[in-house]
Ligand binder design. Sequence first.
Ligand code: PHE
Length: 313
Amino acid sequence: MKDKIKNAKSIEELQALYTDTFGKNGTMTAKLKTMANLSNDERAVINAENSELRQLFKEKQTELENAALNAKLATEYVDVTLDNEPENRGTLHPLTQSLKELSAIMESFGFTLWTGPEIEDDWHNFTALNTPEYHPARDMQDTFFLENGNVMRTQTSAIQIRAMEKHGAPIKIFAIGSTYRKELDATHSCMFGQMEGLYVDKNITMSDLIGTLRSMLSKFFERDIEIRIRPSYFPFTEPSVEFDMKWGDKWLEMGGAGMVHPNVLKNCNIDPNEYQGFAFGFGWDRMAMIKYGLNDLRKFYDGDIRWLKNSGF
Ligand code: PHE
């Protein structure tokens, strides 16, 4: 038996031998059963044999297990130098990235994020913004009307009203959100992202507005940005301007701005004799387009994963 144990080639073979020895009908088991009738010397012999065999089985088992492990290690190793399947790592959508960057910039200037609903009532989207019904300026924005008289928010300016109604003055907020208009071409989509800024306090001037716009654009585009303002018209600001930024040798239209119209302040129960402020609004998805060198705004919203991948985001 000892030789058989020593020569066992596998765990299975060893287990069979073990059963033959120590199993119910095993040879050693039989011997142990006879012990009661034997002399002390004879018992000592059997006991010695018993422990010797157990020891042998134990050693052989360890040896066979180690051999099996080594064999496995020799064949099943992981080659860490092998190239992996390319990892499909997710990235943030360029719009999400820009949104986060812009928010961080505005917050660093002391503006607080404010939000509002995308389905807006007439009061917040138009009337309170000094654009009562039949005001010709309503035609500036091709509005989607809902059957109940509400509209798909055409401008984040609606959020100015919500913020001032709730918070009063002084107030310094920005808002980012989707807005909707009936227009569609390469630079316009029915849905686009706007960002609004509003700063109402006791001594706010146009220079604060210009400084804020210039610093914001410079931070976002990570370079010194030159801007210019042109006279314009919005019902809710007076004076009103449009602002452009210099990009290469071109001037790009960025958005609208101005000093908050006294009627707008009054509509929000703020005394225009005590407070004044500036407001601005622009398409932040357009800013993302410029930053990332894209030429079709609609691609942002197609949800085409191939485009996202090929754009290197
Ligand atoms: N809401 C205007 C637009 O959508 C932009 C704007 C915002 C102008 C704030 C002035 C002040 O065109």
